[in-house]
Design a protein around this ligand. Structure first.
Ligand SMILES: C[S@@+](CC[C@H](N)C(=O)[O-])C[C@H]1O[C@@H](n2cnc3c(N)ncnc32)[C@H](O)[C@@H]1O
Length: 331
């Protein structure tokens, strides 16, 4: 069974270009056209409506790295993996720990865009760093990643970055107006900040990780954002609060901790403005994020960004502050 991204006909071309730009379009299979929508075959899961079905195989030889593995390894090897620049990042079940060399070689041989392969040992710590072990290719975890026409360079072992948030960053960039004041409270290497600055927003990015600061400045520069259009504060957000202002929009992307910062950050969104809160949540819908907000806030949209575990998902909540409760001194 092949994962497909289901999109309406009207978004087919745009989605195809996006999937190609992140190397997610599986060229071993053809798109499936049904009435009113298109199913694009995927190399790995992306955000959006995913449908698993039998793929329409192309005549070209398969680029599925698993076809280069012995049958015993192939049946356990995951089809999906992430790509950051030229680095393939893959999780392997314990049973395949002895087979990592042949899996790395199969990935390198099957995809000319991949020049190193890293085993994903999970994300942890305050800086949400991904523990990686190189299993193939040249050492080093610095790479250049293309996303939505932008360029992000960073050391994926020293700064958090998720290629799976590409569609979410695109979504937020379509919501903003040029000139908006944005607070990116947990900015990392600044992918949200750069995306929104490119849309004409004035961005304040905050992150506690000193490596984020270095790569964030590089990424603003690589994407031609003048220093006058953004500010990066290397600090814990709780320590930077006195330096902050009021904002049209606040991005809170620290999914395991976001809710504990609502009291600190929600007063900083101006009336009529939005918070985009990213949060791990049970799939059964039992989490009520609005319990953490005052009555002047309303959730205008909830969406699953991607599944995280069998029972939880990364969710985003778009939360609007009402205009009616304007308090003097808040703008
Ligand atoms: C999940 S990452 C998100 C990074 C970025 N927004 C992105 O989309 O790639 C969370 C980030 O929050 C930062 N962080 C954690 N605690 C923080 C705090 N108290 N204040 C500021 N940044 C913090 C981490 O260093 C990490 O870069």
């Amino acid at each position: 069974m092949i994962k497909h991204l289901k999109v309406p006909d009207s978004e087919a071309q745009e989605s195809k270009e996006f999937l190609e730009s992140i190397d997610a379009l599986n060229s071993d299979f053809l798109p499936i056209k049904k009435e009113g929508f298109v199913l694009w075959p995927l190399n790995f899961a992306v955000e959006g409506e995913i449908v698993e079905c039998q793929g329409l195989v192309t005549k070209r030889s398969s680029r599925d790295y698993r076809n280069r593995l012995s049958p015993e390894i192939r049946k356990l090897a995951p089809r999906a993996f992430d790509i950051f620049g030229d680095i393939a990042i893959i999780r392997l079940p314990d049973e395949l720990s002895e087979s990592s060399d042949s899996i790395a070689q199969a990935l390198l041989d099957s995809n000319s865009n991949i020049s190193k392969v890293a085993l994903d040992l999970g994300v942890g710590g305050q800086y949400r760093l991904r523990k990686l072990e190189l299993i193939g290719g040249e050492p080093g975890f610095v790479s250049v990643h293309k996303e939505n026409g932008l360029t992000f360079k960073l050391d994926i072992s020293r700064v958090y970055f998720s290629p799976r948030l590409a569609m979410e960053r695109q979504r937020i960039s379509e919501l903003v107006d040029s000139g908006e004041k944005i607070l990116d409270a947990f900015a990392g290497a600044a992918p949200f900040s750069v995306t929104l600055a490119r849309r004409g927003c004035r961005v304040t990015a905050v992150d506690a990780n000193p490596d984020s600061e270095k790569w964030a400045h590089d990424n603003f520069r690589l994407n031609h954002i003048p220093v006058s259009d953004y500010r990066f504060i290397c600090s814990r957000i709780e320590d930077a609060a006195a330096d902050l202002d009021y904002y049209d929009r606040i991005i809170m992307n620290n999914p395991t901790k976001s809710l504990s910062y609502v009291d600190l950050l929600s007063p900083l969104v101006r009336p009529g403005g939005y918070i985009h809160l990213y949060c791990m949540a049970p799939k059964d819908g039992s989490l009520d994020v609005m319990e953490n907000f005052g009555s002047e806030f309303e959730c205008t949209r909830t969406r699953e960004v991607h599944p995280y575990s069998p029972s939880t998902s990364l969710m985003v909540f778009d939360i609007k502050r009402a205009i009616s409760n304007v308090q003097s001194g808040n703008q």
